[in-house]
Design a protein around this ligand. Structure first.
Ligand SMILES: [Zn+2]
Length: 349
């Protein structure tokens, strides 16, 4: 199957009432781990690359590795997504390269740190939507500002400073025509999200539910949604690591989100923890080893296990064969004719 539009993948997820994990990649082993899990669980999947990943791996390496994944797994729908584009130019460069989806994170200014005004966010996101839709490419926007910093991107802070306002979310979706909307409900990027198991005072699922009620047909996106399970933290610390105690977003909260319009769930930290723990274990137990394959193979297996678990928990497992890929050219026609709506259905307050 060629790379598919993320819009198609999320529309199908909405029909089926499940969520789709969006997993970050920087290298071949991570892509293989995701594809291994997708194959094992028969899941459609979103593979995403941040600006940092594109720089680390170089665009062409990363893009062709993902094309290889599509070529080797024709039965799996794969959307290739730019995570946290900081400007029109970043999104355009991903689209020119062949990505089938981009996130324009206009919640921050181009520096990727300073919160932008609502008007600035609408203007840059709309510009990306116009360019992308003409080419059949999906756009995710963000309203409200997430906490933490990852790959040099983020406003920092706790994630509670700029929680999304439901009225603004409606206005933003109407003005921009985005296909998917990332909202801020108290989550943060990185490993240190919460200092205890989160409750309603720090993880605002009520805000998410309020937004879904107003925008029942808009695909919502949860960022910073690793669960940071204790067993993965423990492996790292058992073999010489020094992670401080921390809590992520419990899977049952994500599942509550999925029942309330969440269709894309971003997961990165859990995979990083799994790989690093596996590598530490090999090097700790067998310090005489020096062949990278001796630790990259267990690292890849550890990540595959976490990804497969998330795919099952998010409900995407078993749905890879539900549909045929619609070409990007056809998707572009759909946007033009209005067959693919870009105006959200808005429910009364
Ligand atoms: Zn994010």
């Amino acid at each position: 199957m060629p790379l598919v539009s993320m819009r198609q993948l999320l529309d199908e997820a909405a029909k089926g009432g499940y969520g789709v994990g969006a997993f970050n990649v920087n290298d071949m082993e991570q892509i293989q781990a995701i594809m291994g899990a997708a194959k094992e669980t028969k899941s459609p999947v979103i593979i995403q690359a941040s600006r940092g990943a594109r720089q680390f791996a170089q665009d062409k390496y990363l893009f062709h590795l993902i094309l290889a994944a599509a070529e080797l797994n024709p039965e799996i729908p794969i959307a290739m997504h730019q995570d946290h584009g900081n400007s029109f130019e970043t999104c355009k460069s991903a689209i020119d390269l062949g990505y089938t989806s981009v996130m324009m994170d206009g919640s921050l200014k181009e520096d990727g740190k300073t919160p932008a005004s609502f008007e600035e966010n609408v203007a840059v996101t709309k510009r990306v939507v116009d360019f992308a839709h003409e080419r059949g490419v999906t756009v995710e926007g963000e309203i409200g500002v997430l906490g933490g910093v990852e790959d040099g991107h983020g406003a920092g802070g706790t994630g509670l400073e700029h929680v999304t306002d439901p009225d603004q979310a409606v206005e933003f979706a109407e003005l921009t025509g985005v296909d998917a909307l990332a909202i801020a409900i108290g989550t943060s990027h990185g490993a240190y999200k919460f200092s205890k198991k989160p409750d309603g005072s720090v993880l605002k699922m009520d805000v998410l539910i309020a937004i879904h009620k107003r925008l029942p047909n808009t695909h919502l996106v949860m960022h910073g949604s690793s669960s940071v399970p204790k067993d993965l933290q423990d492996v790292i610390n058992q073999y010489g690591g020094k992670l401080k105690e921390t809590w992520g977003v419990p899977v049952e909260e994500i599942q509550l989100g999925i029942r309330n319009g969440v269709r894309k769930i971003n997961v990165d930290t859990d995979n990083r923890l799994a790989m690093t723990g596996a590598i530490r274990k090999v090097l700790w137990e067998t310090p005489e080893k020096f062949d990278p394959r001796d630790y990259m193979k267990p690292a890849r297996e550890a990540m595959q296990k976490v990804v497969a678990q998330r795919m099952t928990q998010f409900g995407q497992a078993g749905h890879a064969g539900d549909y045929q890929a619609v070409s990007i050219v056809e998707i572009a026609k759909g946007y033009k004719s209005g067959a693919l709506s870009t105006q959200p259905l808005v429910a009364a307050k």
